[in-house]
Write a protein that binds this ligand. Structure first.
Ligand code: PLP
Length: 397
């Protein structure tokens, strides 16, 4: 198909030309001075994005699923009890990863579309068994399957209110670099992410940040049997700018460029842009008269909107239409949402006109699949919102 393909899934996201160019270069020696200098540039930039001063950044060739494992095996001992919540495909997946690794997971079922209720966290922790307490609470900051962002600050407050010592392990895979994250302020023990979302890179990197309390567990001999994901050799070698394995060198060049782009725009402006673009997508969905799965508007995700299809319409038919006719790729429903929803990704390198094109294509595909919407209504609602925010931002001469 001629023209550009619109990849608007909630990750992998579009890689900016600048980042592509930064990776288009000869491979370097991963034991040489160039790599050490590169690592030293990257780590402070990542700490900034995680919202931490003293957190330790860990990078592995891998993905978010590997980052789950890395977070778990470095902080938990075999048989440790873990509290987790099922309110989407990834919160359930994080819990399953813990179960597969041999931890004793209590999984609390919630509605898919709900954010994680801090009161529920507090109640579960208050009712905990003091003889064999939970060692960790697993939280997904932004549930990519449902388009719901949970309030990590409030969840931290819930742990505090319960006076519970459990570690707070947070999946920030689809929020980091797009929605504000504050590892220090929220006293998150481990945050984890991956390269292919807000960091605007191709898939291939697992990215973590561990607070001193979490790092100390391994250093004092704790954790589970592990090898590749062991933080100790990583932190030892990283101090000199190296890694205890062969790093994904070209991705690291891309990461340096992506971090530079985030710093140039300024993180507050990056988060504000995501909020603005997400607001426009939601305005369009409302104009189409389709429900958004997220139950509470204050918890709408600024990186992905999960749109509920009318009864009888298979969401995957809409995706097929968008892909085959308009070269627009939208996200499928995951797990029990398969066929029931369409997910519009709006994160990473993205601007107003790209959102309008995405909405225009989605609107056409929906209409051609039988949704009785007025063509142009969604695009106009988004344009209206952009025009209003431009007016607010306008500075008189
Ligand atoms: N957690 C969340 C919130 C995700 O969105 C994803 C993937 O989309 C994952 C974990 C798994 O990450 P990966 O697919 O990179 O292994």
């Amino acid at each position: 198909m001629s023209g550009r393909s619109f990849l608007q899934i909630p990750g992998p996201t579009n890689v900016p030309d600048r980042v592509l160019r930064a990776m288009d270069r000869p491979v370097i020696d991963h034991r040489g001075p160039e790599l050490a200098a590169l690592t030293r540039e990257i780590l402070p930039g990542l700490r900034e994005v995680f919202g931490t001063r003293d957190g330790a950044v860990l990078l592995y060739p891998g993905s978010g699923t590997g980052a789950w494992e890395s977070a778990l095996v470095n902080t938990l001992a075999p048989g440790d009890r873990v509290l987790a919540f099922d309110h989407g495909s990834f919160s359930a997946g994080f819990a399953q990863a813990a179960r597969n690794l041999g931890y004793a997971v209590d999984l609390v079922p919630l509605r898919w579309g709900q954010d994680l209720p801090p009161a529920e966290v507090e109640a579960r922790l208050r009712a905990d068994d003091p003889a064999h307490p939970y060692r960790a609470v697993l939280v997904v900051h932004n549930e990519t399957s449902t388009g719901v962002t949970s309030d990590v600050a409030a969840i931290r407050a819930a742990l505090d209110a319960a006076g519970h010592e459990a570690l707070l392990l947070v999946d920030a895979v689809s929020s980091l670099g797009s929605i504000a994250f504050q590892l220090d302020a929220w006293r998150v023990d481990v945050a984890l992410a991956a390269s292919q979302k807000g960091l605007m890179l191709p898939p291939g990197l697992a990215v973590l940040c561990a607070a001193p309390r979490a790092v100390a567990i391994g250093q004092q001999g704790g954790g589970s049997p592990r090898n590749y994901f062991d933080w100790r050799p990583h932190l030892r070698d990283n101090a000199a700018g190296f890694f205890p394995y062969t790093p994904a060198t070209l991705l690291l060049f891309g990461l340096r460029e992506a971090l530079a782009m985030l710093a140039e725009e300024g993180l507050p402006a990056v988060y504000a842009r995501h909020a603005r673009l997400a607001g426009a997508v939601r305005a369009a969905v409302r104009a189409w008269d389709l429900p958004i799965l997220c139950e509470r508007p204050e918890r709408y995700s600024n990186t992905v909107t999960t749109v509920v299809m009318p009864d009888g319409l298979d969401g995957d038919a809409v995706l097929r239409r968008a892909r085959e006719r308009y070269n627009l790729v939208l996200g499928t429903g995951l797990g029990k949402l398969k066929g029931r929803v369409v997910r519009i990704g709006h994160l990473g390198a993205l601007n107003e006109l790209e959102v309008l094109a995405t909405l225009g294509g989605t609107e056409l595909a929906l209409r051609e699949c039988g949704v009785p919407l007025t063509l142009g209504a969604g695009v106009a609602a988004a344009q209206q919102l952009f025009a209003e925010s431009a007016a607010l931002a306008a500075v008189p001469d």
